[in-house]
Design a protein around this ligand. Sequence first.
Ligand code: NAD
Length: 329
Amino acid sequence: MKEIVSSGYSVWIGDSSLSKLDLSSYSKIAILVDQNTKRDCLCKLPKIDNSVIIEVKSGEDKKTISTCNFIWKKLTEYQFDRNSLLINLGGGVIGDMGGFCASTYKRGINFIQIPTTLLAMVDASIGGKLGVDFKDLKNQIGVFNNPKSIFIYPEFLETLPENELKSGFAEVVKHALIADKALWSKITSLPFENLDWKEIITTSIDIKNNIVISDPLEKGERKKLNFGHTYGHAIESFYLKKGTPILHGEAVFIGLILETELSNLSLDDKLEIKNYILSNFSLPHPPKKSELLPFLANDKKNKDGKISFSLLNQIGECSADHLFSSDEL
Ligand SMILES: NC(=O)c1ccc[n+]([C@@H]2O[C@H](COP(=O)([O-])OP(=O)(O)OC[C@H]3O[C@@H](n4cnc5c(N)ncnc54)[C@H](O)[C@@H]3O)[C@@H](O)[C@H]2O)c1
């Protein structure tokens, strides 16, 4: 198994044996699943003696305090003490919400992340951001806290629906564009179906891990991870408000194209990025800029009435805090 060392914990990539984990020291263990990861992923884990399953319904609309109430209630009913462990087996929703529940139950119990979507493997599980949505606001309530360890088992992707796999891939493309030209060359030289997932996931995690270790609380370096996401979040919110939600990665892919356009890159590089994305991924219709401005105006990163972007300096290099007025877009 490959190990990537993060802030006080390790990311183990390769198999699902959990052999690096000493489970005998825990008084009780629960595995948090949704109905899909219970059906498709639980059977790929070794049997864990004396563990209980806590099942919640899947979906972003279940990433709420009310689902947390249910999880805390179950932990309380099962008499989990401070020496218990919560294993989060699922995508970013399960990881963010389970990590938040574990971090707050009895002022914090250990948890491990076993991400089962590509997005959760390369992005959500890394970096310690945990939480839930609140009153239509994404990730409004939460904490920064790290798991005891993360186990990445690429075989989970075999049952992931293709649209979810491609959506998660937007974050791999982003990581390549902001930090690793060699990864960009690798992913663009092979058909999507022929990619070596273990290798791609490992490189992608390495990129995110190095960035978050250097700036855990998003004061500087970590802002680079916002490339594609300023427009991406506006597009996601636009479609959500319209009543026809799209996947996060679909919005990010369009955001990557629009923010590549704003970047100070050669025309050839801009065309290479745009052509790669458009020829490999079918994306929703991009809203007009005028339709996105109200959402961009609400972006958390805005400064002095201007919209702040992280943009590419070249393929494989990015810098943050590029300010644009709405007229300049
Ligand atoms: N903490 C962070 O830094 C961070 C970063 C990015 C995104 N996120 C969060 O991640 C969430 C999105 O995560 P996601 O895209 O993984 O969505 P998700 O957790 O909703 O999973 C997507 C769907 O796939 C199903 N599924 C998961 N694994 C499966 C598998 N192996 N086989 C079959 N079905 C499977 C799930 O049940 C769900 O229906 C959002 O809430 C977002 O805010 C967090």
